[in-house]
Design a binder for this molecule. Sequence first.
Ligand SMILES: *[C@@H]1O[C@H](CO)[C@@H](O)[C@H](O)[C@H]1NC(C)=O
Ligand SMILES: *[C@@H]1O[C@H](CO)[C@@H](O)[C@H](O)[C@H]1NC(C)=O
Ligand SMILES: *[C@@H]1O[C@H](CO)[C@@H](O)[C@H](O)[C@H]1NC(C)=O
Length: 232
Amino acid sequence: MVSFSRLALFAAAITGAVALPANATDAEGFGLLARSGTPSATGTSNGFYYSWWTDGAAQATYTNGGGGQYSLNWSGNNGNLVGGKGWNPGTNGRVINYSGNYQPNGNSYLSVYGWTRSPLIEYYIVESYGSFNPSSAAAKKGSVSCDGATYDILTTTRVNAPSIDGTQTFQQFWSVRNPKKSPGGAISGSVNTGCHFNAWRNLGMNLGTSWNYQIVATEGFKSSGSASITVS
Ligand SMILES: *[C@@H]1O[C@H](CO)[C@@H](O)[C@H](O)[C@H]1NC(C)=O
Ligand SMILES: *[C@@H]1O[C@H](CO)[C@@H](O)[C@H](O)[C@H]1NC(C)=O
Ligand SMILES: *[C@@H]1O[C@H](CO)[C@@H](O)[C@H](O)[C@H]1NC(C)=O
């Protein structure tokens, strides 16, 4: 339903009666002006690789801190964004630690996250998530016990979706901790990636032969939230 205030603003805009201030923001959320925040970027920060990607539809801020620390916040219940720190290239078997604070409000994941090429695969080892369990929209292949917890193993196919090689069709591999680590505050863990990658291979889920980046990522989708994570 279109609200009266929106109709009023629309009518005013047509007649030119609204004088928008210079550099007006979309504070009312009407979508009349583009949202913004930290532009997408990759690089190195204090000895760690970082990747920050946003489709620009949310108001999102990403900040690299010292060492393996990063923080981000996002709002607007719109768009898709993912950022974090780790390594490039990734490796088969690194033990990745993380600790910090994770406060999603809506759909969001906190994961060891990365890509391979040959073939192009996007992978997630999901430690915690917000309102949406990614397992619910994926094909379950099995489960594995790693680092003292049970993870569901799943795959999905992404068709004409954003990737490290532009718009592509590719497989996503998932391990989703079951139960998830509690979001909404302090969080930490240790992920033996080799435990997951071996389990995936035993189920016929073969990562590519060329390793791209491997990070501990916070992702948001049509949601809001904040995270401050240190990777080691
Ligand atoms: C608007 O933003 C531009 C670019 O950030 C800046 O140069 C300019 O001073 C701003 N204008 C006002 C009125 O704030
Ligand atoms: C988001 O992070 C930026 C940079 O740290 C900060 O200036 C801003 O106040 C934060 N916004 C919210 C809503 O927490
Ligand atoms: C990661 O955590 C494990 C288990 O707590 C610890 O043995 C290891 O030294 C940590 N590694 C790093 C790089 O912090």
